[in-house]
Design a protein around this ligand. Structure first.
Ligand SMILES: *Cc1c(COP(=O)(O)O)cnc(C)c1O
Length: 392
Protein backbone atom coordinates (compact mmCIF):
# COMPACT_ATOMS: atom_id res chain seq x y z
CA UNK A 1 0.00 0.00 0.00
CA UNK A 2 1.20 3.53 -0.72
CA UNK A 3 1.20 6.25 1.93
CA UNK A 4 -1.72 8.00 0.20
CA UNK A 5 -3.83 4.83 0.33
CA UNK A 6 -3.05 4.27 4.00
CA UNK A 7 -3.84 7.88 4.82
CA UNK A 8 -7.10 7.66 2.89
CA UNK A 9 -8.19 4.60 4.89
CA UNK A 10 -7.22 6.24 8.16
CA UNK A 11 -9.40 9.22 7.31
CA UNK A 12 -12.26 7.01 6.28
CA UNK A 13 -12.25 4.45 9.08
CA UNK A 14 -10.50 5.77 12.17
CA UNK A 15 -11.69 8.27 14.75
CA UNK A 16 -9.62 11.38 14.32
CA UNK A 17 -8.05 11.41 17.76
CA UNK A 18 -4.48 12.06 16.59
CA UNK A 19 -2.63 14.74 14.71
CA UNK A 20 -0.27 12.52 12.73
CA UNK A 21 3.03 13.16 11.00
CA UNK A 22 2.86 12.54 7.26
CA UNK A 23 4.40 9.09 7.09
CA UNK A 24 3.33 5.47 7.61
CA UNK A 25 5.97 3.32 9.29
CA UNK A 26 6.01 -0.34 8.36
CA UNK A 27 9.30 -1.82 9.58
CA UNK A 28 12.44 -1.00 11.49
CA UNK A 29 15.77 -2.19 12.84
CA UNK A 30 17.62 -0.63 15.75
CA UNK A 31 16.87 3.09 15.77
CA UNK A 32 16.05 3.21 12.07
CA UNK A 33 12.47 2.93 10.79
CA UNK A 34 11.22 2.44 7.22
CA UNK A 35 8.08 3.89 5.72
CA UNK A 36 5.65 2.39 3.21
CA UNK A 37 7.76 3.73 0.32
CA UNK A 38 11.03 2.35 1.71
CA UNK A 39 12.39 5.69 3.01
CA UNK A 40 14.46 5.50 6.20
CA UNK A 41 14.13 7.56 9.36
CA UNK A 42 16.39 7.86 12.38
CA UNK A 43 14.17 7.41 15.42
CA UNK A 44 14.55 9.78 18.37
CA UNK A 45 11.11 8.83 19.73
CA UNK A 46 10.93 5.07 20.57
CA UNK A 47 7.20 5.32 19.88
CA UNK A 48 6.73 7.66 22.82
CA UNK A 49 9.43 6.24 25.05
CA UNK A 50 8.22 2.69 24.44
CA UNK A 51 10.68 0.84 22.18
CA UNK A 52 13.56 1.13 24.63
CA UNK A 53 15.52 -1.57 22.76
CA UNK A 54 14.69 -0.07 19.36
CA UNK A 55 12.89 -1.82 16.52
CA UNK A 56 12.95 -5.60 16.15
CA UNK A 57 15.76 -6.18 18.64
CA UNK A 58 16.96 -9.75 18.17
CA UNK A 59 16.79 -10.88 21.81
CA UNK A 60 13.44 -9.20 22.37
CA UNK A 61 11.89 -10.69 19.21
CA UNK A 62 13.11 -14.12 20.26
CA UNK A 63 11.72 -13.73 23.78
CA UNK A 64 8.24 -12.64 22.67
CA UNK A 65 7.95 -15.02 19.74
CA UNK A 66 8.99 -18.01 21.86
CA UNK A 67 6.39 -17.01 24.44
CA UNK A 68 3.71 -16.54 21.76
CA UNK A 69 4.50 -19.99 20.42
CA UNK A 70 4.40 -21.55 23.92
CA UNK A 71 1.24 -19.93 25.37
CA UNK A 72 -0.03 -16.50 24.36
CA UNK A 73 -2.60 -15.80 27.06
CA UNK A 74 -4.00 -17.35 30.18
CA UNK A 75 -6.52 -15.67 32.43
CA UNK A 76 -5.42 -14.36 35.79
CA UNK A 77 -7.28 -17.29 37.34
CA UNK A 78 -4.09 -19.30 36.76
CA UNK A 79 -0.46 -18.86 37.78
CA UNK A 80 2.11 -17.70 35.22
CA UNK A 81 5.90 -18.02 35.66
CA UNK A 82 6.66 -15.19 33.25
CA UNK A 83 4.39 -12.82 35.23
CA UNK A 84 6.04 -13.72 38.49
CA UNK A 85 9.48 -13.24 36.90
CA UNK A 86 8.58 -9.68 35.89
CA UNK A 87 7.02 -8.90 39.27
CA UNK A 88 10.00 -10.35 41.12
CA UNK A 89 12.44 -8.36 39.04
CA UNK A 90 10.51 -5.12 39.64
CA UNK A 91 10.50 -5.77 43.39
CA UNK A 92 14.24 -6.49 43.41
CA UNK A 93 15.02 -3.37 41.39
CA UNK A 94 12.95 -1.09 43.64
CA UNK A 95 13.32 -2.82 46.99
CA UNK A 96 9.53 -2.69 47.10
CA UNK A 97 7.12 -5.45 48.01
CA UNK A 98 4.29 -6.20 45.55
CA UNK A 99 3.27 -5.55 41.94
CA UNK A 100 -0.03 -5.34 40.06
CA UNK A 101 0.37 -5.85 36.30
CA UNK A 102 -1.89 -4.09 33.81
CA UNK A 103 -1.74 -2.85 30.20
CA UNK A 104 -0.95 0.86 30.18
CA UNK A 105 0.20 3.88 32.10
CA UNK A 106 -3.31 5.11 32.76
CA UNK A 107 -4.26 1.74 34.23
CA UNK A 108 -1.16 1.63 36.41
CA UNK A 109 -2.16 5.06 37.71
CA UNK A 110 -5.78 3.97 38.27
CA UNK A 111 -4.39 1.14 40.40
CA UNK A 112 -2.27 3.59 42.41
CA UNK A 113 -5.31 5.83 42.98
CA UNK A 114 -7.40 2.86 44.14
CA UNK A 115 -4.64 1.72 46.52
CA UNK A 116 -4.35 5.20 48.04
CA UNK A 117 -8.07 5.54 48.65
CA UNK A 118 -8.56 2.03 49.99
CA UNK A 119 -5.50 2.16 52.23
CA UNK A 120 -6.82 5.33 53.78
CA UNK A 121 -10.38 3.99 54.04
CA UNK A 122 -9.23 0.74 55.67
CA UNK A 123 -7.10 2.60 58.18
CA UNK A 124 -8.87 5.90 58.83
CA UNK A 125 -12.42 5.42 57.50
CA UNK A 126 -14.31 7.80 55.25
CA UNK A 127 -13.37 11.40 54.51
CA UNK A 128 -9.69 11.06 53.72
CA UNK A 129 -9.82 10.50 49.98
CA UNK A 130 -8.24 13.52 48.35
CA UNK A 131 -5.18 13.04 46.15
CA UNK A 132 -2.87 15.96 45.43
CA UNK A 133 -1.25 16.05 42.00
CA UNK A 134 0.75 18.83 40.36
CA UNK A 135 -0.28 21.56 37.99
CA UNK A 136 1.02 20.85 34.49
CA UNK A 137 1.14 17.09 35.16
CA UNK A 138 -0.05 14.28 32.91
CA UNK A 139 -1.38 10.98 34.26
CA UNK A 140 -3.47 9.47 31.45
CA UNK A 141 -6.69 9.60 29.42
CA UNK A 142 -9.28 7.70 31.44
CA UNK A 143 -11.87 9.87 33.17
CA UNK A 144 -10.15 9.46 36.55
CA UNK A 145 -6.58 9.95 35.31
CA UNK A 146 -7.75 13.00 33.37
CA UNK A 147 -9.07 14.31 36.68
CA UNK A 148 -5.67 13.56 38.21
CA UNK A 149 -3.98 15.47 35.40
CA UNK A 150 -3.38 19.03 36.59
CA UNK A 151 -4.10 20.87 33.35
CA UNK A 152 -7.37 22.71 32.65
CA UNK A 153 -7.26 21.77 28.94
CA UNK A 154 -7.89 18.15 29.95
CA UNK A 155 -10.90 19.03 32.12
CA UNK A 156 -13.43 19.65 29.36
CA UNK A 157 -16.35 17.84 27.69
CA UNK A 158 -16.37 14.64 29.73
CA UNK A 159 -18.17 15.84 32.85
CA UNK A 160 -18.57 14.81 35.55
CA UNK A 161 -14.93 14.02 36.29
CA UNK A 162 -13.89 11.88 39.24
CA UNK A 163 -13.91 13.97 42.41
CA UNK A 164 -11.20 14.19 45.01
CA UNK A 165 -8.19 15.72 43.27
CA UNK A 166 -6.52 19.02 43.97
CA UNK A 167 -3.54 20.53 42.19
CA UNK A 168 -0.37 21.92 43.70
CA UNK A 169 1.96 24.29 41.90
CA UNK A 170 5.13 22.32 41.05
CA UNK A 171 8.14 23.33 43.16
CA UNK A 172 6.00 25.51 45.46
CA UNK A 173 6.43 24.05 48.96
CA UNK A 174 4.07 26.47 50.71
CA UNK A 175 1.31 25.68 48.21
CA UNK A 176 1.85 21.99 48.98
CA UNK A 177 1.76 22.63 52.75
CA UNK A 178 -1.44 24.62 52.42
CA UNK A 179 -3.24 21.97 50.38
CA UNK A 180 -2.12 19.01 52.52
CA UNK A 181 -5.28 19.02 54.64
CA UNK A 182 -6.85 16.32 56.83
CA UNK A 183 -8.72 14.91 53.83
CA UNK A 184 -5.57 14.08 51.81
CA UNK A 185 -4.49 10.44 51.42
CA UNK A 186 -1.77 10.74 48.76
CA UNK A 187 0.55 12.99 46.80
CA UNK A 188 0.96 11.74 43.25
CA UNK A 189 3.48 13.24 40.85
CA UNK A 190 5.96 12.84 38.01
CA UNK A 191 9.53 13.80 38.91
CA UNK A 192 10.10 15.14 35.43
CA UNK A 193 6.83 16.29 33.89
CA UNK A 194 7.05 14.69 30.46
CA UNK A 195 4.00 15.77 28.48
CA UNK A 196 4.09 19.03 30.46
CA UNK A 197 7.33 20.01 28.70
CA UNK A 198 10.17 17.98 30.28
CA UNK A 199 10.05 19.94 33.56
CA UNK A 200 12.12 18.40 36.38
CA UNK A 201 11.01 18.97 39.98
CA UNK A 202 13.45 20.63 42.35
CA UNK A 203 15.22 18.50 44.96
CA UNK A 204 13.89 20.79 47.73
CA UNK A 205 10.29 20.33 46.66
CA UNK A 206 10.61 16.55 46.36
CA UNK A 207 12.34 16.38 49.77
CA UNK A 208 9.59 18.49 51.35
CA UNK A 209 6.87 16.31 49.77
CA UNK A 210 8.57 13.14 51.02
CA UNK A 211 8.95 14.54 54.55
CA UNK A 212 5.38 15.89 54.81
CA UNK A 213 3.94 12.64 53.50
CA UNK A 214 5.93 10.57 55.98
CA UNK A 215 4.84 12.73 58.93
CA UNK A 216 1.14 12.36 58.11
CA UNK A 217 0.98 8.81 56.73
CA UNK A 218 0.10 10.29 53.34
CA UNK A 219 1.21 8.08 50.46
CA UNK A 220 3.99 9.37 48.21
CA UNK A 221 3.17 8.01 44.76
CA UNK A 222 5.48 8.57 41.80
CA UNK A 223 4.33 8.30 38.19
CA UNK A 224 7.36 6.84 36.44
CA UNK A 225 5.43 5.86 33.31
CA UNK A 226 7.72 8.04 31.17
CA UNK A 227 10.78 8.51 33.41
CA UNK A 228 11.17 4.86 34.43
CA UNK A 229 12.90 1.82 32.91
CA UNK A 230 16.34 3.45 32.71
CA UNK A 231 15.15 6.41 30.63
CA UNK A 232 16.77 9.02 32.88
CA UNK A 233 20.01 7.12 33.56
CA UNK A 234 18.85 5.18 36.62
CA UNK A 235 16.27 2.38 36.51
CA UNK A 236 13.76 4.75 38.11
CA UNK A 237 14.15 8.49 38.33
CA UNK A 238 13.25 8.60 42.06
CA UNK A 239 16.63 7.02 42.82
CA UNK A 240 18.31 10.25 41.71
CA UNK A 241 16.20 12.23 44.18
CA UNK A 242 17.13 9.92 47.04
CA UNK A 243 13.53 9.28 48.07
CA UNK A 244 11.62 6.07 48.73
CA UNK A 245 8.08 6.29 47.32
CA UNK A 246 5.19 4.23 48.68
CA UNK A 247 3.89 3.55 45.18
CA UNK A 248 5.63 3.66 41.78
CA UNK A 249 3.83 3.29 38.46
CA UNK A 250 5.50 2.14 35.25
CA UNK A 251 4.48 1.44 31.64
CA UNK A 252 5.79 2.89 28.32
CA UNK A 253 9.32 1.39 28.09
CA UNK A 254 8.52 -1.58 30.33
CA UNK A 255 7.43 -3.99 27.58
CA UNK A 256 9.87 -2.78 24.94
CA UNK A 257 6.94 -2.26 22.55
CA UNK A 258 4.18 -4.43 23.96
CA UNK A 259 1.41 -3.01 26.17
CA UNK A 260 2.18 -3.56 29.82
CA UNK A 261 1.97 -1.40 32.92
CA UNK A 262 2.87 -2.02 36.54
CA UNK A 263 1.88 -0.55 39.87
CA UNK A 264 4.53 -1.32 42.50
CA UNK A 265 3.91 -0.78 46.22
CA UNK A 266 5.63 -0.93 49.59
CA UNK A 267 4.95 -3.63 52.13
CA UNK A 268 2.44 -1.61 54.15
CA UNK A 269 0.21 -1.48 51.03
CA UNK A 270 0.71 -5.03 49.85
CA UNK A 271 -2.61 -6.35 51.18
CA UNK A 272 -4.77 -3.32 50.34
CA UNK A 273 -6.11 -4.68 47.06
CA UNK A 274 -7.64 -8.08 47.73
CA UNK A 275 -9.46 -10.61 45.56
CA UNK A 276 -12.47 -8.92 43.99
CA UNK A 277 -11.30 -5.33 44.57
CA UNK A 278 -9.18 -5.03 41.43
CA UNK A 279 -8.39 -7.03 38.31
CA UNK A 280 -7.90 -7.11 34.55
CA UNK A 281 -8.45 -9.51 31.65
CA UNK A 282 -5.27 -8.77 29.74
CA UNK A 283 -2.97 -7.39 32.44
CA UNK A 284 0.18 -9.43 32.88
CA UNK A 285 -0.26 -11.07 29.49
CA UNK A 286 2.51 -13.68 29.04
CA UNK A 287 3.78 -12.29 25.70
CA UNK A 288 3.92 -8.75 27.07
CA UNK A 289 5.63 -10.10 30.19
CA UNK A 290 8.19 -11.99 28.10
CA UNK A 291 9.03 -8.67 26.43
CA UNK A 292 9.23 -6.95 29.83
CA UNK A 293 11.46 -9.67 31.27
CA UNK A 294 13.88 -9.25 28.37
CA UNK A 295 13.82 -5.45 28.76
CA UNK A 296 14.41 -5.60 32.51
CA UNK A 297 17.26 -8.10 32.11
CA UNK A 298 18.97 -5.90 29.56
CA UNK A 299 18.48 -2.24 30.53
CA UNK A 300 19.09 -2.41 34.27
CA UNK A 301 22.76 -3.47 34.40
CA UNK A 302 25.22 -0.86 35.65
CA UNK A 303 27.09 -0.95 32.29
CA UNK A 304 23.89 -0.28 30.38
CA UNK A 305 22.87 2.57 32.69
CA UNK A 306 26.33 4.10 32.32
CA UNK A 307 25.85 4.00 28.53
CA UNK A 308 22.46 5.74 28.84
CA UNK A 309 24.00 8.52 30.93
CA UNK A 310 26.90 8.84 28.50
CA UNK A 311 24.69 9.00 25.43
CA UNK A 312 22.45 11.54 27.15
CA UNK A 313 25.45 13.75 27.92
CA UNK A 314 26.78 13.31 24.39
CA UNK A 315 23.47 14.36 22.82
CA UNK A 316 23.18 17.35 25.17
CA UNK A 317 26.67 18.53 24.32
CA UNK A 318 25.99 18.40 20.59
CA UNK A 319 22.63 20.12 21.03
CA UNK A 320 24.14 22.98 22.99
CA UNK A 321 26.22 23.93 19.93
CA UNK A 322 23.18 23.97 17.61
CA UNK A 323 21.44 27.01 16.13
CA UNK A 324 17.96 27.83 17.49
CA UNK A 325 18.53 26.04 20.84
CA UNK A 326 17.84 28.25 23.84
CA UNK A 327 17.53 25.69 26.65
CA UNK A 328 18.02 21.96 27.17
CA UNK A 329 16.13 20.17 29.97
CA UNK A 330 15.68 16.66 31.35
CA UNK A 331 17.87 13.83 32.52
CA UNK A 332 19.63 10.94 30.78
CA UNK A 333 17.92 10.17 27.48
CA UNK A 334 14.75 12.14 28.26
CA UNK A 335 15.61 15.47 26.72
CA UNK A 336 13.58 18.63 26.08
CA UNK A 337 14.81 21.41 23.81
CA UNK A 338 13.41 24.93 23.97
CA UNK A 339 13.86 26.55 20.57
CA UNK A 340 14.74 30.24 20.31
CA UNK A 341 12.06 30.81 17.72
CA UNK A 342 9.36 28.88 19.61
CA UNK A 343 8.81 26.73 16.51
CA UNK A 344 9.13 23.16 17.83
CA UNK A 345 6.10 21.82 15.91
CA UNK A 346 7.42 23.18 12.60
CA UNK A 347 10.91 21.82 13.35
CA UNK A 348 9.50 18.37 14.14
CA UNK A 349 7.47 18.28 10.91
CA UNK A 350 10.50 19.41 8.87
CA UNK A 351 12.66 16.74 10.54
CA UNK A 352 10.26 14.00 9.45
CA UNK A 353 10.54 15.21 5.85
CA UNK A 354 14.32 14.93 6.12
CA UNK A 355 14.32 11.48 7.75
CA UNK A 356 14.28 12.10 11.51
CA UNK A 357 11.46 11.17 13.89
CA UNK A 358 11.30 13.57 16.83
CA UNK A 359 8.64 14.45 19.42
CA UNK A 360 7.28 17.66 20.85
CA UNK A 361 5.86 18.35 24.33
CA UNK A 362 4.02 21.64 24.78
CA UNK A 363 6.20 24.08 22.81
CA UNK A 364 9.40 22.02 23.18
CA UNK A 365 11.17 19.49 21.04
CA UNK A 366 11.42 16.24 22.95
CA UNK A 367 13.87 13.38 22.45
CA UNK A 368 13.21 9.87 23.79
CA UNK A 369 15.56 7.77 21.64
CA UNK A 370 15.81 4.00 22.01
CA UNK A 371 18.16 3.43 24.97
CA UNK A 372 20.41 1.20 22.86
CA UNK A 373 20.66 3.60 19.90
CA UNK A 374 24.15 3.54 18.33
CA UNK A 375 26.42 6.60 18.29
CA UNK A 376 26.33 6.41 14.50
CA UNK A 377 22.53 6.74 14.54
CA UNK A 378 22.73 9.54 17.12
CA UNK A 379 25.15 11.44 14.86
CA UNK A 380 22.97 10.92 11.79
CA UNK A 381 19.87 12.11 13.62
CA UNK A 382 21.60 15.13 15.14
CA UNK A 383 22.97 16.10 11.73
CA UNK A 384 19.42 16.21 10.36
CA UNK A 385 18.23 18.18 13.36
CA UNK A 386 21.09 20.67 13.04
CA UNK A 387 20.33 21.19 9.36
CA UNK A 388 16.64 21.80 10.06
CA UNK A 389 17.32 24.06 13.03
CA UNK A 390 19.62 26.35 11.07
CA UNK A 391 17.34 26.46 8.00
CA UNK A 392 13.99 27.06 9.68
C1 LIG B 1 2.19 8.38 28.83
C2 LIG B 1 1.95 8.67 30.24
C3 LIG B 1 0.82 8.19 30.92
C4 LIG B 1 -0.28 7.41 30.22
O1 LIG B 1 0.16 6.20 29.74
P1 LIG B 1 -0.78 5.38 28.70
O2 LIG B 1 -0.03 4.10 28.50
O3 LIG B 1 -0.91 6.20 27.47
O4 LIG B 1 -2.09 5.18 29.38
C5 LIG B 1 0.72 8.44 32.27
N1 LIG B 1 1.66 9.14 32.93
C6 LIG B 1 2.75 9.62 32.31
C7 LIG B 1 3.77 10.36 33.10
C8 LIG B 1 2.94 9.43 30.94
O5 LIG B 1 4.01 9.93 30.33
Amino acid sequence: MTFEEIKHDEEQYMMHTYGRFQTALVSGKGATAQDAEGREYIDFTSGIGVNCLGYSDEGWVKAVSQQAAAIQHISNLYYSPVQTAVAGKLCKLTGMDKVFLCNSGAEANECAIKIARKYSFDRYGKGRQKILTLMNSFHGRTVTTLAATGQDVFHNYFFPFTEGFDYVQANNISDLEQKLGEDVCAVFMELIQGEGGVMPLSQEFVDAAARLCREKDILLMIDEVQTGISRTGTVFCYEQYGIQPDVVTSAKGLGGGLPIGACICQEKLSEVLTAGTHGTTFGGNPVACAGAREVLDRVTTEEFLEEVRHKGAYIREKLSAMANVSEIRGKGMMIGIVTCQDNAKAVAAACVEKGLLILTAKNLLRLLPPLNISYEEIDKGLAILAEVMSAI
